[in-house]
Write a protein that binds this ligand. Structure first.
Ligand SMILES: [Mg+2]
Length: 408
């Protein structure tokens, strides 16, 4: 069996999804997601210029050897661009394997460990009352877990993920259009004075059952993070996400000495070498990698198994930049993983998105149910894809009030 062709598409309804389609001499094809948010053309170029010319003629069933060929063969290893490109190839090869076996992927991993995987939604508010309304909306929709982000009084601009006006919702595409980033202003002192009390009020309002998550988005120093983690303990958080910049694997040691709040980290990691110490030294409770830019199913499954040895559960990244192909790959891992925790989930199910990526996966009552279709269980309509093209965009950058650059 041989790979005969592979194609890369960029675009989608209000998104720059990077979709890989690998075709074989037996008519079976596989799909992968190489989307790297706001840097989408780079994994696409890596695929087109270097990886696909080598892929043609390989046996798609040897997904492990193909992964090793590209990873070890690159010489300059890792990095989100390369790992996103490898990840898309790996997803597509697993998709082909599942279709050849006529089984959904979770069966090839070891079958289902659960019916329906817990997901969390994003509630945001320009102020606390606005946020309470947003949380109520998701609770009424049946969500059992909600990430809560709130505008900070006195902050001169809206901060991470928070709308500027009451009742608005951040649109991750139109708000961040154009190659020159918007500037957001940040003040850790104001944030640390306001947010613990706000989280406690949310807990009071919604009672003990709702799982409440909060994302610090890498903004605090290790000492501030330790103080903040202790201050939010009365809110009984499901997790505190990215309290410190993720590239320092020792930064959480101080927090661990002062608080038992569950910590989630890792949405920017792209390999096991970014998180092995965090996992082995049990400095985190949830690992947040994404199947797309952490090297695909083959590599992320290794991270999940290492995490399982150390009581660390999964909480895969599910930002709107992941296409339904990556979300399907994660859904199969979520159905199987003995150490599954939760899945970040933003509603993708617009009619345009469903037309481009038809699938039978479904959300019901705050749980994601993976379909029993062979492989990833998601398709890609090339005629629909022809309607879309690449639109440049950029994440905001963050400065302190005196102009100093800070962590987005
Ligand atoms: Mg996050």
């Amino acid at each position: 069996m041989k790979i005969t062709n592979a194609k890369v598409f960029i675009g989608g309804p209000g998104k720059n999804y990077v979709t890989l389609k690998i075709e074989t001499d037996q008519g079976v094809y596989g799909l992968g997601d190489a989307t790297l948010n706001n840097r989408e053309t780079l994994p696409a170029a890596y695929l087109r210029d270097y990886l696909i010319p080598n892929l043609i003629g390989m046996d798609p069933r040897n997904s492990e050897d193909i992964w090793q060929f590209f990873y070890r063969g690159a010489y300059f290893r890792r990095g989100p661009i390369a790992m996103a490109a490898f990840g898309a190839i790996d997803m597509a090869l697993w998709d082909i394997k599942g279709k050849l076996a006529n089984m959904p992927l979770y069966q090839l991993f070891g079958g289902k460990s659960r019916e329906g995987a817990l997901v969390y939604a994003h509630a945001t508010g320009a102020d606390l009352e606005d946020l309470m309304d947003s949380i109520s909306y998701y609770v009424e929709q049946g969500y059992k877990a909600v990430r809560v982000q709130c505008g900070i009084p006195g902050m001169p601009t809206a901060s991470y993920a928070v709308p500027e006006k009451k009742g608005d919702v951040r649109n991750y595409i139109t708000d961040y259009a154009g190659i020159r980033p918007k500037v957001e202003v940040w003040d850790s002192d104001r944030y640390m004075r306001f947010m613990p009390g706000a989280l406690a009020e949310i807990r009071d309002r919604f009672g003990p059952e709702l799982k409440i998550l909060h994302d610090v988005h890498h903004r605090l120093t290790p000492r501030e993070a330790a103080v903040f983690a202790r201050a939010v303990e009365p809110a009984d958080l499901y997790w505190l996400e990215d309290p410190t910049p993720a590239d320092d694997q020792d930064a959480l040691r101080l927090l661990r000495q002062h608080s038992t709040v569950p910590v989630a980290i890792g949405e920017v990691f792209n390999s096991v070498w970014d998180c092995n110490r965090l996992i082995e030294q049990e400095l985190i409770d949830f690992i947040r990698v994404a199947v797309s830019y952490a090297g695909g199913i083959t590599h992320v499954k290794r991270i999940v198994d290492l995490a399982g040895l150390h009581h660390v559960r999964t909480g895969f990244h599910g930002a709107p930049s992941h296409s339904p192909i990556c979300m399907a790959a994660q859904a199969h891992l979520n159905a199987w993983a003995p150490n599954f925790g939760i899945q970040e989930y933003l509603v993708l199910g617009t009619p345009e998105c469903d037309a481009l990526f038809p699938s039978a996966h479904r959300m019901e009552n705050g749980l994601f149910h993976v379909s029993d279709a062979p492989g990833l269980g998601v398709d890609f309509d090339e005629r629909e894809a022809a309607r879309y093209s690449y639109t440049p965009g950029s994440h905001p950058v963050v400065r302190l009030e005196d102009g100093t650059m800070w962590n987005y």
